[in-house]
Write a protein that binds this ligand. Sequence first.
Ligand SMILES: Cc1ncc(COP(=O)(O)O)c(C=O)c1O
Length: 384
Amino acid sequence: MVRSVQSSPVREILALTQRPEIISFAGGLPAPELFDVSGIEAAFAKVLVDQPERALQYSTTEGDPQLRAAVADRMAARGLPTDPDQLLVTTGSQQALTLLAGTLLEPGAVVLVEDPGYLAALQCFAFAGARVVPVPTDDDGLIPEALDEIAARERPTMLYLVPTFQNPTGRTLPTPRRQAVAESAARHDFWIVEDDPYGELRYDGAAEPWIAALAPAADRTALLGSFSKVLAPGLRLGYLRAPDALRRPCVIAKQAMDLHTSTIDQAAAARYLHDSDLDAHIARMCAAYRERRDALLSGLQQALPAGSAWNRPDGGMFVWARLPTGHDATALLRAAIDHNVAYVPGAPFFAGVPDPGTLRLSFTTHSPAEITEGLRRLSAAISS
Ligand SMILES: Cc1ncc(COP(=O)(O)O)c(C=O)c1O
């Protein structure tokens, strides 16, 4: 059911996007020139000078107490009161997905996912032997009525979703739909895995509440966060907030997997959160990404064929576009690469029937001028 891109033609073509002459809308990477290198360098230096015996030693599976306290404070500031003991530090949020899959999913268990959805999560659930069942979406994300109907029929163990600035679509689930998802989970007794690596990259509008903060979902939601998009993905630091009944088995699973996430990386992140202003850093990143998003959005009309459609995400890294009927984004990619521009076709992100006209465009890693030039090349590729 899940279409793996492991050895697919798409993956082979995307390998070509690494060429330096390519303007790539294909990646999902943060802009490296925006990394706070000096702040991170200072944090590592400080933990090595001040407390090398702690920073270089084994530590607990749950994670660095100072880091967990800082993450709990940040969650509380965003409207979700959190005790540090509710948190487990993970090696990226990707590990949290693996832990949850190992803890919750028996072979044959049903996992509901947004269609299209985050591919690496779908693969993780499929590896655990789960049956991945797609739930239809529209421009506002998951459709609650469809979710409720499928949940009644399929008796899922969990629903996985990225409600804010989703990968691959950039869509955000409005609050009434979040409430409906929470109520559906309570009604049909399934877990919610709410993955939120992009929520702090907001360029317009006001934040929606986490599903984890809504009453019907409070005792049945695992909320995943990450430092990958707001600080640096190379740190491999994520975190999971979950009720005791779910977090405890995840701790045991993580202990068996890797004992704990790198002590020094956690200590440096905690130091960074204490000494530097992460929110100011995020605000700088958001200012740059907003300009890049706007450059992409303002050029799409010219670049894509008449009859194409795309969304205008308030944050995150991705714009989702659909070419008119008859166009195939996978076939077009070859011509795009020949014109030194790239994107990711949307088809592999679908767990259900793929829409061949869709594509994902990331706007984070090029300047507005490069984005404009990339769109000019895309337009030439389409005309060819
Ligand atoms: C929706 C989603 N979840 C999780 C991840 C994994 O992030 P991390 O670097 O925290 O493991 C990504 C990475 O792109 C993502 O897009």
